[in-house]
Design a protein around this ligand. Structure first.
Ligand SMILES: [Fe+2]
Ligand SMILES: [Fe+2]
Length: 439
């Protein structure tokens, strides 16, 4: 018999939800060795926590509990209409209108297990219902752009609704701190698509395509996403589209100027996203014409110069590391050499993005001042957005190198740490990234 241990973080969220609504066993719950732990109808609360944690169960807890007044199509619809009302970006993603997507959302049917799971997800942190419905809508709009069948639309909505449920199984402290985690802690967040896949693929009514999209929703076409670092055709189209929807949603939730930031983010490193998604976001950005909103958050020129100098400095250190890499990795395993080769490619692409700003000439202060004098705020804005993205890509690069080496060749992690030591970031030199964009 397949036995399931109860995830303590998930159980904690279930118990929390039970403080405001009824959460009970939808059937008798048995331990893996056949002992009855809870009778059908028993409340799942603090009093039964230890009992549930001490035993493996004969069935996953997700399959034998119910939550009263769970989220449903009516609640998704109300949330979707409110989000569409508030967000021009969201409306613009639907190039031929959002009626079909709303009609499909109205018809979404959830199994009791999935309804309970999504209810716990929607309740576990503020604005999670908005996030999940927002991603479902963006995913539907972006899917319509490449694959307009009713089935594809339904799959896109369901995948969007379920995409982050893996977060329920991760220690909440990691999610609080988001992308600023060291690699041995970040790896828990990086696992959320795989955790979601494991939970969802056993649930009735979802199907393989929804699960495939969910497990790939942080992969990047050039192999620098997570959790598996897949590339190209290994990532199904549904996963590529959901990855773009997740990124766009994170930016949209993080404040004004999102369309323009999204346009820069998706174009920065060639080959990360499906070309249709890049083109769509460029069109959306033009339609939204959010220049005023983006200019409102423009930093002082001094701050931009500092950031440019900081990035230039990091790229220079990386260049020195790349030059000495062959000698440094002489005795290293093939696994570490492979990670190094992928990372050097990534570094080259980031460096090219920096060169595109013209700020890699060694004197960003005078150059920026001159350019801004000539072209005004618009150029300053463009440079600011590019620098912000480059800062994040450098951080991601460093994080991925550590994580990939730790996974592939843990015994060689100290060598990699020594090589990366000159790159350690001054935390306050970088802007905060919204959590939704990170996870
Ligand atoms: Fe998300
Ligand atoms: Fe995610």
């Amino acid at each position: 018999m397949d036995q399931s241990a109860v995830n303590p973080h998930y159980l904690e969220h279930v118990i929390d939800v039970g403080r405001s609504r009824d959460v009970e066993a939808s059937e008798d719950i048995y331990s893996g060795n056949g002992t009855k732990l809870l009778a059908k109808g028993a409340r799942i609360d603090e009093r039964v926590k230890d009992q549930l944690l001490q035993h493996k169960l004969s069935k996953p807890l997700e399959d034998c509990m119910s939550v009263s007044s769970g989220v449903d199509a009516a609640q998704f619809m109300a949330t979707a209409e409110a989000l569409l009302d508030q967000s021009l970006l969201l409306r613009s993603v639907f190039r031929t209108g959002h009626d079909k997507a709303l009609a499909a959302l109205r018809q979404v049917q959830l199994s009791p297990q999935l309804q309970s799971l999504l209810t716990v997800y929607a309740e576990h942190r503020p604005r999670k219902l908005e996030h999940t419905v927002g991603v479902a809508l963006l995913n539907a709009g972006m899917t319509q752009h490449v694959q307009g069948t009713p089935d594809a639309l339904r799959t896109a909505l369901l995948a969007g609704l379920c995409h982050d449920i893996g977060e329920l199984y991760i220690a909440p402290a990691y999610l609080e701190r988001g992308a600023r985690l060291p690699p041995n802690e970040w790896k828990h967040i990086a696992a959320h698509p795989v955790i979601a896949f494991r939970v969802l693929h056993k649930m009735p009514g979802l199907g393989d395509e929804v699960c495939a999209a969910v497990v790939h929703h942080h992969e990047r076409l050039d192999g620098f996403g997570y959790p598996r670092g897949l590339s190209g055709k290994a990532i199904p189209l549904s996963g590529q589209v959901l990855a773009a929807a997740e990124l766009l949603s994170g930016l949209n939730e993080s404040g004004p100027g999102a369309p323009r930031r999204a346009d820069v983010a998706m174009k920065l490193i060639p080959g990360e996203f499906h070309q249709s998604m890049i083109d769509l976001v460029a069109t959306v950005s033009r339609d939204c014409n959010d220049l005023d909103a983006a200019l409102a958050s423009l930093p002082k020129l001094d701050e931009t110069v500092r950031r440019a100098e900081h990035i230039g400095d990091r790229l220079e250190k990386l260049a020195r590391l790349v030059d000495s890499l062959d000698a440094e990795l002489k005795g290293a395993s093939q696994a570490v050499k492979d990670v190094a080769a992928q990372s050097v490619q990534r570094y080259e692409r980031i460096r090219r993005a920096f060169s595109s700003t013209g700020l890699d000439t060694g004197a960003p202060r005078s150059l920026l001042a001159q350019l801004v004098q000539m072209d005004g705020e618009l150029l300053h804005l463009e440079v600011t957005l590019i620098l912000r993205e480059i800062g994040w890509r450098l951080r991601e690069l460093e994080r991925e190198v550590r994580l990939r080496v730790q996974t592939a060749a843990p015994q060689e992690a100290p060598l990699v740490e020594r090589l990366l030591a000159p790159l350690v970031i001054t935390r306050d030199a970088e802007p905060a990234q919204p959590l939704a964009a990170a996870a």
